[in-house]
Design a protein around this ligand. Structure first.
Ligand code: DX5
Ligand code: ZN
Length: 218
């Protein structure tokens, strides 16, 4: 299959040393850095806000990919754009006006990502394709790293790849990406792989090896 973009999720990094983690990821050949923003309401966990993104920005090479697992979302888009996000992804399930949210993300100068939870069907995105630069298929229920991929999501990835057709939309998978699952995900049509535990396992000296292994597996 074609080359995939690897987007390590710093949710699996050392929270006391995230600037250094981002530099180590750049050194290790990461394409993007994926930042999981959680509000303890949309998902049952709390992580980072826009101040953390702004602080990490100078330590990130390439794309800062901000995954917002928060509701409501619109009031925070400006702050994450200001913090230097390149991609801002919001969830279809986060509110009744996702179309407006996606437009606001682009208006703030960022690429607009649309994430769908495992229980959300592909119909949810069919009428939004003109508003998105990236679709994110949650291959686990969002909230925590280190979960196993839900196998039924492979069919969803395949269906979305067909729906995207020749549009310039990246197809991202998030959750349970590993050496075991990367190949089938890539064959199903995913071209951006978020990976937390699969990249961070073994500590900083293993990041480069882990990223290369994921690329090869895909
Ligand atoms: C889950 C997050 C993911 C998570 C992936 O809510 O959105 O980005 O960190 O972690 P792994 O790769 O360990 O499943
Ligand atoms: Zn994520």
């Amino acid at each position: 299959t074609h080359a995939v973009t690897i987007a390590p999720s710093i949710l699996s990094g050392d929270f006391a040393a995230l600037g250094g983690e981002c530099r180590a990821l750049a050194e290790a050949g990461a394409d993007w850095v994926h930042v999981d923003v959680m509000d303890g309401h949309f998902v049952p966990n709390l992580t980072f806000g826009p101040q953390m993104c702004a602080a990490l920005r100078p330590h990130i090479q390439g794309t800062m990919d901000v995954h917002l697992m928060i509701a409501p979302v619109d009031a925070y888009i400006g702050a994450f754009a200001q913090a230097g996000a390149d991609v801002i992804t919001a969830h279809h399930e986060a509110g009744p006006h996702i179309h407006r949210t996606l437009q606001a993300i682009r208006a703030a100068g960022c690429k607009a990502g649309l994430a769908v939870n495992p229980g959300t069907g592909i119909d949810a995105v069919a009428h939004l394709l003109d508003e998105v630069d990236l679709l994110c298929v949650m291959t686990v229920n969002p909230g925590f790293g280190g979960q196993s991929l839900i196998p039924a999501m492979l069919d969803k990835v395949r269906a979305l790849r067909a729906l995207i057709a020749d549009r310039p939309i990246r197809l991202q998978v998030d959750g349970g990406v590993s050496l075991k699952t990367a190949r089938s995900l890539a064959q199903a049509g995913a071209d951006v792989m978020v990976a937390g535990s699969a990249v961070f396992q073994g500590g900083p000296e293993a990041y480069g090896r882990n990223i290369r292994a994921l690329r090869e597996a895909a």
